[in-house]
Design a protein around this ligand. Structure first.
Ligand code: HAM
Length: 420
């Protein structure tokens, strides 16, 4: 170990576990790429005001969890705590919405930073794959995104996840509900901080995990009873499309989410094997966000799935991903001349697209064969002085244990044939 360790709330991804992370990112993005979503990448930091306005001044993310910094030039920046505000900012900046092709469908993958209290499944540096469909109000788009996330999780072999679904209303009906809720909450027996929250973000009070608070909320007005006809019809259509697609969901009136930009459809993917940090992904519609950050009216919807928690969910379900072997052929030279010759064969194999590795460092047969085994290679190539004198290499099938001498000049072609 060195003098240094990974900072609190972070961890390093190292082989072999890191291969699972790559496979998860791949599995989540594959259905998006097949459905018209284009890849977008934005900077790891943004002007702090983007998140303050976008994610919401009253959210935990903005008030407590942002990593902020002032540059030497005096700019106020924040490491990105989430992707939606950045992606929308970038889409507007590039005028993607003006190309006459709405919705603008984008996907992304990257690191996000939140100064949270670390615990299992909750980190200060974590990884998301996300999708945003910008500029269109259509229940089929909300349904598409939920169906694609469901497809991604199923393709990984996950089964013990559930989809929670809610509608948060729109700018017509939510303010009416908000006021009714505030009137109700103001009469309850609550601590100072929660009282403050009633005035800033009353819906978040519904999300309070404390039993004594929950007990008082039993008779709280329900958003469902306040949804306007347009929101109701929209939500019913999303539900119908999901049902028609065979995607099961649970209606969850308490689902408010921790970011302020949501309108109408909101959803969360929760996994039952993860304890308190059970949300493996979440998202929803954010019809007003573009205007909040100075853009035109662009109703949009999206989600982000947490890669770290998805890996934990796989582990909780004991799902072993079928990861392709990274090395197909492992070459073991015995002696200087063999080293030069086999290194040439390995280079030739790699150029032919065959994954090959080599026993570096002039090690003995025993140690080198151990590495060959550990590499998971299907074949090993072994050559010593006598083999070279005869113009052959020993080709060993690591599955059957069979070994045969193959003419050196034909080794690469023979391996290509056997590996298909
Ligand atoms: P979010 O619910 O804040 O939504 O994060 C999405 C997912 O990221 C969570 O469900 C979780 O799996 C993962 N995640 C969040 N915080 C942490 C953490 N501290 N440690 C580990 N994993 C974490 C958003 O970020 C929205 N931008 C999603 C969205 C996209 N809405 C619309 N479009």
């Amino acid at each position: 170990m060195s003098t240094f360790q990974a900072p609190k709330g972070t961890y390093d991804l190292t082989p072999p576990r890191s291969a699972t992370f790559l496979a998860v990112r791949e599995a989540i993005s594959a259905p998006l790429r097949d459905s018209g979503y284009g890849y977008i990448e934005t900077p790891g930091f943004e002007n702090v005001e983007l998140f303050a306005r976008g994610v919401g001044e009253s959210t935990d993310i903005v008030t407590k969890e942002m990593y902020t910094l002032t540059t030497k030039g005096g700019d106020q920046l924040a490491l990105r705590p989430e992707g939606t505000a950045s992606v929308l900012r970038a889409a507007l900046e590039a005028n993607l919405h003006k190309a006459g092709n709405l919705p603008v469908k984008l996907w992304y993958s990257g690191s996000y930073y939140r100064y949270e209290r670390p615990q299992a499944g909750r980190y200060r540096h974590f990884s998301q794959v996300g999708a945003e469909a910008i500029g269109t109000e259509d229940p089929a788009l909300d349904a598409e995104l939920i169906i694609l996330a469901d497809q991604a999780y199923r393709s990984l072999g996950l089964r013990r996840f559930r989809i929670l679904l809610n509608s948060l209303g729109d700018k017509e009906c939510r303010p009416v509900y908000r006021e009714a809720l505030q009137t109700f909450l103001r009469d309850l027996d609550l601590d100072e901080e929660t009282r403050r929250r009633i005035e800033i973000n009353p819906l978040r009070v519904l999300d309070d995990k404390r039993a004594d608070v929950q007990k008082q909320l039993t008779d709280a007005p329900k958003l469902r009873d306040y949804l306007c006809d347009a929101c109701k019809a929209y939500h019913e259509e999303v539900r119908a499309l999901l049902t028609a697609a065979g995607v099961a969901f649970e209606d969850d009136e308490k689902l408010v989410r921790g970011l302020d930009y949501y309108t109408r459809t909101t959803f969360e993917f929760v996994h039952d094997g993860l304890g308190s940090q059970s949300a493996v992904g979440g998202g929803g519609r954010y019809d007003g966000l573009s205007e909040m950050i100075g853009g035109p009216e662009l109703p949009s919807v999206g989600w982000a799935l947490g890669v770290d928690r998805t890996v934990l969910a796989l582990e909780a379900e004991s799902v072993e991903l079928d990861l392709p072997a990274t090395t197909s052929v492992y070459a073991v030279p015995l002696g200087e001349e063999a080293r030069r010759v086999l290194f040439g064969v390995v280079t030739e194999l790699r150029r032919a697209g065959i994954a090959a590795d080599f026993a570096f460092g002039g090690r003995g047969l025993k140690g080198a064969m151990k590495s060959a085994n550990r590499s998971g290679a299907r074949y090993t190539l072994v050559a010593g002085e006598r083999d070279l004198a005869e113009g052959v290499v020993q080709l060993k099938d690591m599955e059957s244990g069979e070994q045969s001498a193959v003419p050196l000049a034909e080794a690469a072609a023979e391996l290509a044939k056997r590996l298909g």
